[in-house]
Design a protein around this ligand. Structure first.
Ligand SMILES: [Mn+2]
Length: 285
């Protein structure tokens, strides 16, 4: 009896070769994702970065912590890019797929404040809300502009205000256009200024303290806010202070793990982002 396979091809292909598609990297899965200050409707909105971030993560709850649309800037001319639509349709799709979305209003989208406590599909519009972490801490989720009147330097910042900020972002764009042309990466001019101007630093400190104190007065264990475009995780006099940062420059998010641990994600330096861009490039070539 011949126990060898009848044809040579069977012999060389046993066990049969399976075509294995390259394994897709597993998406990090979080309990909650918090983002703010996207400023849709302005040139500086980093929508495609945010789109990649949302696409490459899984989460059970999405919190949009204010200034997602920039109603102020849109009044003086809308800048709309198709990547903005992608964000909106992605968020709608998430909500349809049973991911609760909490939209907390900010000062740039304050036109939505009067519609607070209404619901659109799975999207809830709120001016502020409570979030209980997986480890049982009660956090206040709020955009944060409400605390600005308490800070000492608020008048200064209001003075620099929108016009100053526009100017800053204009210079920022010029510098980065030049940097890309000569082959350098993105560099945040206003981030540099923010770090180096003492007054801005003391403004940030004042704001952080005002928000943390406000949360403590209302008996919260901590607070999640945005508004000043300065991401942070810190403890301020016993209060957990989380700032989501922004998607205008720094592209940051606060995420909550399933055990309640909070983490600050810097998307522009995230390995997933580089992996994704590499595979995108490969697909194109
Ligand atoms: Mn704001």
């Amino acid at each position: 009896m011949n126990s060898t396979p009848s044809s040579p091809s069977d012999a060389s292909h046993w066990p049969p070769e399976r075509v294995i598609a390259p394994a897709k990297p597993k998406k990090p899965h979080y309990r909650s994702v918090f983002i703010s200050d996207v400023h849709l409707g302005t040139k500086d909105c980093k929508a495609s970065q945010l789109n990649d971030f949302l696409k490459l993560h899984k989460f059970d709850n999405l919190y949009l912590v204010g200034d997602i649309f920039d109603g102020w800037r849109m009044r003086s001319g809308i800048h709309w890019h198709k990547s903005f639509n992608r964000i909106i349709s992605r968020v709608l799709k998430l909500s349809k797929n049973d991911v609760p979305v909490f939209y907390i209003t900010g000062n740039h989208d304050e036109f939505l404040r009067k519609f607070a406590n209404s619901r659109f599909e799975n999207i809830k519009l709120l001016n502020r809300m409570d979030h209980t972490t997986a480890d049982g801490r009660r956090l206040l989720v709020i955009h944060g502009d409400q605390f600005e009147s308490v800070t000492h330097c608020s008048r200064l910042l209001k003075h620099i205000g929108d016009r100053g900020y526009d100017m800053l972002m204009f210079i920022n764009r010029l510098i980065n256009r030049f940097r890309t042309r000569v082959g350098f990466g993105y560099w945040s001019f206003s981030g540099y200024l923010k770090d180096h101007i003492q007054r801005a630093q003391s403004y940030i400190r004042d704001y952080e303290c005002a928000v943390a104190h406000g949360a403590r007065r209302q008996q919260y264990d901590g607070v999640i806010c945005g508004h000043i475009h300065q991401a942070a995780i810190k403890k301020i006099e016993g209060v957990d202070y989380y700032n989501t940062g922004d998607w205008v420059e720094s592209c940051t998010a606060i995420v909550e793990h399933h055990d309640g641990r909070m983490e600050l994600i810097h998307w522009l330096e995230h390995p997933l982002k580089f992996e994704h861009e590499k595979s995108q490039k490969k697909r194109k070539s």
